[in-house]
Structure formats: structure tokens, C-alpha cells
Design a protein around this ligand. Structure first.
Ligand code: HMG
Ligand code: MG
Length: 298
């Protein structure tokens, strides 16, 4: 039986704008985020406390946080290391997302460490933030395929997830970084994870739509019992260190599909499409989201 209610974690301001060629001014990001929030979104990745040398697009993270927190929404920031945690503690943000790749090669390209080195570096940071009462999510990149190493082993994914669970993270976000997973693989992996991980641990699915399989993958994940999805307004998104990956599945197409299936999200489509419209002039490519394109025809 499918869940009756789904939680959307909006990742457009982070996954979307980290990958844009031209820098979006902080004040426009802030307006975009406020517009997104007005649609009823309750959880959002706002930005990243990563190195501005690696990802200049996120260099204004402090400014974005300052103007976008303090409400009842779960405002999440990506954090790669202890320097990121320092910046987090100095900000008003109470939720962090750490990230690691199942694939060693991808992890090196993304955060300049092996997967094992990353896990060792992150463990004490996670324990510290949990002691301080933070909400902590862990994003598992290349959980299906890696652009460098190909197909990943389910058991390696499970092992990393179990390690994060033992460290006490609140949520796992399991990602198809380059949009290569098929619905059968999605069903199998999420069934495996749901079976082995503690039931109190939140599990979200994070799909990129590179090959047009993301909505089918969401349906498959729903069948495996997943009721939390990372999506991006306008279908923005992509990791600068994952060649060939395009945007995340769009929030508006996901919300549309779920509502048509009688599954509630608490999100209203019209203000969401207004937010997408607002950000389009800052985006270098034509948006592929069907709901956005349809709204332009009317
Ligand atoms: P490094 O070069 O190995 O580290 O980078 P470093 O310690 O030598 O630092 C280099 C410079 O950056 C130094 O400055 C540091 O101070 C500074 P310098 O001394 O040269 O002036 N620095 C920082 N500055 C601000 N905030 C920090 C920070 N850390 C170091 N936190 C590092 C290692 C992890 C920093 C780097 O590789 C990095 O920032 N990587 C982030 C990459 C990234 O943001 N990727 C995208 C997010 S993940 C993703 O999109 C996948 C996801 O969507 C799921 C999916 O789809 O798969 C989540
Ligand atoms: Mg991503």
C-alpha cells in the first residue's frame, strides 16, 4: 500500500543553483527561497558551507542563511568538513546535511578524500552536532551508479547507511547522482534499506532525471515504502563533479503526480510555479519541467 502523505525536501536553491554557470545574486536566491516557502514547502536545502574555491556559487551561504531562517521550516545546509561545521555553528541554522559517495573515485572528485577517509572525518562531527541537538541528514551519493566506476554494489550502500545510522543521523538521502537507476533497481535497493535500517530513521530518495526515469523511480520508491523525496523547483540541479548529470526531478512534476494519485504533499502548485518563473532568467538552460512548460502555454 502506498503512503497517503509524502514529504518533499526542496533542494533547488542548493543542488540547483550550485551547478549554474552564472552566479545568481544572493538577494535573488533569497527571494526565490521565500517564494518557494510560500508554496507550503516544509523542508529545504538552502545552500552549502563548502569551499568557495570549489563551488563559488555557494560563496554567499552566510547571507542566504541570515535571511532565510528563523521560521518553522526545516532549513538545511550542506556541510563537508569541520570548517563547514564551524560556519554552521556561527549561523542560525539548526539542520545539517553531510554527504559522501559510495564510489571512492566520485568522493575524491567531490570532496578530495576516499570514502573511508570521509566516514572517519565525519563521524565525530555528526556525534558533536547530535549532542548539540541538530537535525542531521546524510546524503549518499552514487548509491546506484558512478560516472567513473559504473554500477555500485547494494551491500556497500547498505554498509555506509548502517554506519550513519549508528552515528545517530536523523535521515538518509539516498541519491541517484547521475540519473541512471531504473525502477527495478530503485525498488530493490529501498526494500533492502527499509528492511535492514531502524524504522525510526527517515529515508529520502534523491533522483536526478538525466534519462527521464525519475518519476518512474519515485513511483517505485513509493512502492518500497519511501515517503520522502528530494526534488528541485524547475528541475534545476546537478553536481559540478558528476559529469553528464542533469537536474533533479522537478518539484512541480512530482507534486502534480502525487496529487493526481491522491497522495498529499501540503504544497500548492501555483506559488511553486511562480517561484520557478522567478528563477528562470538566472538559469543558463531551458527548463524541462512539464508543469512549468504547460503553465507557459496557457
Ligand atoms: P580541499 O581542497 O581538499 O580542502 O577541499 P582544504 O582543507 O585544503 O581547503 C581548501 C581551501 O578551502 C582552503 O582555503 C580552506 O580554508 C577552504 P585556503 O587556505 O586555500 O585559502 N575551505 C573552506 N572554506 C569554506 N568552507 C569550508 C571549507 N573547507 C575548506 N567548509 C573540500 C575539500 C571538502 C573543502 C572541497 O572539496 C569542497 O568544498 N567540496 C564540496 C563539493 C560540493 O559542494 N559538491 C556538491 C555537493 S554534493 C552533491 O551535489 C550530491 C548530492 O546532491 C546528492 C547526489 O545527487 O548525489 C548531495
Ligand atoms: Mg544531487
Amino acid at each position: 500500500e502506498l503512503p497517503q502523505r509524502v514529504t518533499i525536501i526542496e533542494v533547488g536553491p542548493r543542488d540547483g543553483l550550485q551547478n549554474e554557470k552564472q552566479l545568481v545574486p544572493a538577494e535573488d536566491k533569497i527571494r526565490f527561497i521565500h517564494k518557494l516557502k510560500s508554496s507550503g514547502i516544509q523542508e529545504m536545502e538552502l545552500t552549502s558551507f563548502v569551499s568557495p574555491k570549489w563551488v563559488p556559487q555557494m560563496g554567499d551561504a552566510e547571507q542566504v542563511i541570515e535571511h532565510c531562517t528563523g521560521d518553522s521550516i526545516r532549513n538545511i545546509v550542506l556541510v563537508p568538513n569541520s570548517r563547514g561545521v564551524e560556519r554552521l555553528l556561527a549561523s542560525g541554522c539548526k539542520s545539517a546535511a553531510f554527504f559522501v559517495g559510495v564510489s571512492d573515485t566520485f568522493n575524491r572528485k567531490n570532496i578530495n578524500k576516499s570514502t573511508r577517509e570521509s566516514m572517519e572525518e565525519l563521524a565525530p562531527l555528526i556525534l558533536d552536532l547530535k549532542r548539540k541537538g541538530f537535525f542531521v541528514r546524510a546524503c549518499i551519493s552514487t548509491a546506484f551508479y558512478c560516472p567513473y566506476e559504473g554500477k555500485m554494489d547494494e551491500q556497500d550502500v547498505l554498509k555506509i547507511c548502517e554506519e550513519f545510522a549508528e552515528l545517530g543521523v536523523d535521515e538518509l538521502s539516498v541519491a541517484d547522482t547521475i540519473g541512471m537507476a531504473n525502477p527495478q533497481e530503485v525498488y530493490d535497493l529501498f526494500c533492502l534499506l527499509k528492511h535492514h535500517l531502524p524504522s525510526a530513521l527517515l529515508i529520502a530518495a534523491h533522483f536526478h532525471d538525466t534519462r527521464g526515469m525519475a518519476l518512474a523511480n519515485i513511483f517505485s520508491a513509493l512502492q518500497a515504502g519511501v515517503d520522502r523525496f528530494d526534488t528541485s523547483a524547475g528541475g534545476l540541479g546537478g553536481c559540478p563533479f558528476a559529469p553528464g548529470a542533469t537536474g533533479n526531478v522537478s518539484t512541480e512534476d512530482t507534486v502534480y503526480m502525487l496529487h493526481r494519485m491522491g497522495i498529499s504533499t501540503g504544497i500548492q502548485l501555483e506559488p511553486l510555479l511562480d517561484a520557478v518563473e522567478y528563477i528562470t532568467p538566472f538559469v543558463s538552460r531551458a527548463l524541462q519541467s512539464r508543469q512549468y512548460l504547460l503553465s507557459k502555454q496557457e
